[in-house]
Design a protein. Structure first.
Length: 377
């Protein structure tokens, strides 16, 4: 594998009803990523379409919004993990030398199409809020986790979203633990402010080889995609086959360990992390499962202020969900992982951080973990 760069990213605001059709959203997000990279569509070798609510032949249909150039069009679908799965395909294709530059675009309009939730329930599986409420109740039983711990995660992410112009949820005032706890109950112990909102959106990224970046004269800080690992669930005693839409927590642990091994970095090197925090209980688990603290330490560290603003300086631990996470930034589906990439590029470029990590789950079940590094211009 040769080095792989991410030289551009763009998105439109997430929302319950994002502006325009899927085609219009694709055009806006894709154009924003191309402009950020300083290139046009004709310079690309591949277009990778990421939609969690596929309407065949969506990928080709949407690619035409940006140009008709004969390039390869690839459609990726992996439920919530679709965006990062599309980035995984781009990383593999460019890293292997098959393509020099690819545009990855995620777009979904679940409010106007059959939703993943409807599909999950139609196949007889538990809806996600119920599944993750079980995770929460189990941890509360085993670890003594409280609703205040869950609310602390949610409040942190809501407050990060206040400065994110693309976030679906933007509170006018600072969100407190008490406010989160007083919100409508969805699936005990999860209140509505601890759960991601459904919504629509689009996000995109430009992935290329170092040679392509040099050829176009790309300037400024570059971000390299150092690793990407896609992991499915493995069997263990007591394994549940019926209704397990997210797989065991160990799946994320294995994906993260593999991504760190591929990249040569360790958890202590990471400055910022974006995770699949569709429900507050997830982020608590991922502090531990991704290798950032020991099992049982997450709640105590969080209560002291770790994983939020200033965490690296105070605790040597990365900040999590800095764009508001799925809880506040929103979760359109295909664009969600690409919104994480968009935020990671922003953090590594503008906040002068060096190492970022992205993580997503996909029902079915899969987990993805990716490591990004800012390198010298």
């Amino acid at each position: 594998m040769r080095d792989v760069y991410v030289i551009g990213a763009g998105m439109i605001p997430n929302g319950r009803y994002a502006p325009g059709s899927a085609a219009e959203m694709t055009r806006k997000a894709g154009k924003a990523a191309l402009d950020d990279a300083g290139i046009d569509f004709s310079q690309l070798d591949a277009y990778i379409s990421a939609s969690a609510h596929p309407l065949t032949p969506r990928g080709v249909y949407l690619a035409k919004e940006l140009g008709v150039t004969g390039l390869a069009v690839i459609h990726i679908e992996h439920a919530s993990a679709t965006g990062l799965a599309a980035m995984h395909e781009a990383w593999t294709a460019v890293g292997s030398g098959r393509y020099e530059a690819a545009l990855v675009v995620g777009v979904d309009c679940p409010e106007r199409e059959q939703s993943v939730l409807e599909v999950i329930q139609g196949e007889g599986h538990l809806p996600p809020p119920a599944m993750f409420a079980m995770w929460a109740n189990r941890r509360m039983h085993d670890r003594g986790t409280t609703m205040e711990d869950l609310a602390r995660v949610a409040a942190k992410n809501w407050n990060y979203a206040r400065s994110n112009p693309f976030a679906a949820r933007q509170a006018k005032e600072e969100v407190t633990i008490e406010k989160v706890l007083s919100a409508r109950m969805v699936a005990p112990p999860l209140t509505s402010m601890m759960c991601t909102p459904w919504g629509e959106g689009a996000a995109a990224a430009v992935v290329c080889s170092p040679e392509f970046a040099e050829k176009i004269g790309h300037t400024g800080p570059k971000v390299a995609m150092r690793s990407s690992h896609l992991e499915s669930e493995t069997y263990s005693p007591g394994h549940i086959f019926e209704g397990a839409i997210v797989g065991p927590p160990s799946m994320s642990q294995a994906a993260a360990a593999a991504a760190f091994e591929q990249s040569g970095f360790a958890p202590s090197d990471v400055d910022v992390v974006q995770v699949h925090d569709a429900f507050a209980i997830e982020e608590l688990f991922y502090y531990e499962l991704l290798g950032f603290c020991a099992e049982g330490d997450a709640e105590g560290l969080l209560a002291k202020g770790a994983f939020g603003p200033g965490s690296k300086a105070a605790f040597g631990l990365p900040e999590f969900s800095t764009h508001g996470g799925l809880i506040a930034s929103g979760h359109p589906g295909g664009p969600t992982g690409l919104a994480q990439v968009h935020e990671t590029l922003r953090q590594l470029r503008e906040e002068d951080r060096r190492i970022g990590m992205c993580h997503m789950l996909g029902s079915g079940s899969v987990a993805l973990a990716q490591i990004y590094e800012r390198i010298a211009a």
